[in-house]
Design a protein around this ligand. Sequence first.
Ligand SMILES: [Zn+2]
Length: 255
Amino acid sequence: MPLIINKMKKSRPLLGFFSIWLLKGICFGFELNVFQVGQANFTICVVGQQALVFDCGSAKPGEWVDSKKKFKRAKETVIGNLLNGVTEVTIVISHNHIDHLNLAEALQKFCEKHRETHQVFKGWEIVKKETGEEQSMFSNILGEDVNVIPLLPSSRERLSPTEPHDNNLVLKIALRAGGPAILLTGDGSKNLLHSINPDLLCDIGVLILSHHGSNASDELVWFRTVKINNENRPVLYLISSDPKGKDHIPAYETI
Ligand SMILES: [Zn+2]
């Protein structure tokens, strides 16, 4: 049964808090924070003095930033509390879609203001180049104890003769720290999801679904064909969306 984080507005703060607590418990040794940003994605993983931000968007950016694209005071406080003690921030944008990146500029300004070292990786540029250096590029961004595994689409997908679709140029990331892995999907296409190593799939404890729980994204087909429920995994599915948002997702079938 998936847990729909962004459905939970102010009226249900406890459930949102509980979700975050659950993630900490499952993942042994690191903390994954999933923000309520509507039909969009914004997650921050903190390990000691390092943080990985995977996607940084909101369906309603006006709730987060002012006219100068700086975080509003209340949001700055939230981010500041989360990044308290962090000195190194890595921002990874999975793909070139506004709902995954429209807060990135504000976050960079925040890091500059607080003098945190920060770097930004644009997933679509990394998958286009495919240099073979991707593993080392991410190897130490959360320290030695957390394995950060970049997952690239196959070259067949990436170099499709037809116009490349943004959803074919998505960088996904798996995180593992001794326990089951967390898979951060961005919005990958079905073929792209299929290209994930089956061994890794069997070891996924937490999955953030791509496409915000849409049933038009081939995700359901993917789940059925890869038998992702082997060994009762994933333990926890997360859908970052808002049923009252523009597409009214997650879909009933997905849930
Ligand atoms: Zn999206």
